[in-house]
Design a protein around this ligand. Sequence first.
Ligand code: HEC
Length: 101
Amino acid sequence: MKHPLLIAAALAVATPALALDGAKLFQEKTCWSCHGKDAKKTLTPTYPKLAGQNAAYAEAQMKDIKSGARNNGQTAAMKGVMGLVNDEEMKAIAVYLSTLK
Ligand code: HEC
């Protein structure tokens, strides 16, 4: 039987908290291709600007679009790339976006 403390320790090692660079992830994970390099100039006028968005809100939207809880004609475009980011990465990107003016 696995010891819960060992499992917790293994998880802590697997997710180095706060070591993630949201700005870099936003470029690497292709987010910029629809939302714009600066998160302002979007690919089409109907795609949302993300610069300055509330971090907790943005993080929740990413999770909901990934899971399908938020689902409409436009979310389908984004859902395809959400397999590229995990929870920690979404959080780091959300914090980065909230710092943009
Ligand atoms: C293929 C285009 C595309 C890509 C790539 C993409 N998105 Fe999106 N994203 C969209 C569209 C379109 C919406 C608006 C969906 C809707 O209308 O509900 C959206 C919505 C969002 C929202 C919610 C905005 C709001 O105000 O509610 C966030 C946050 C977001 N995207 C972050 C990201 C991040 C982070 C990535 C990279 C991991 C990413 N997106 C990649 C197209 C994309």
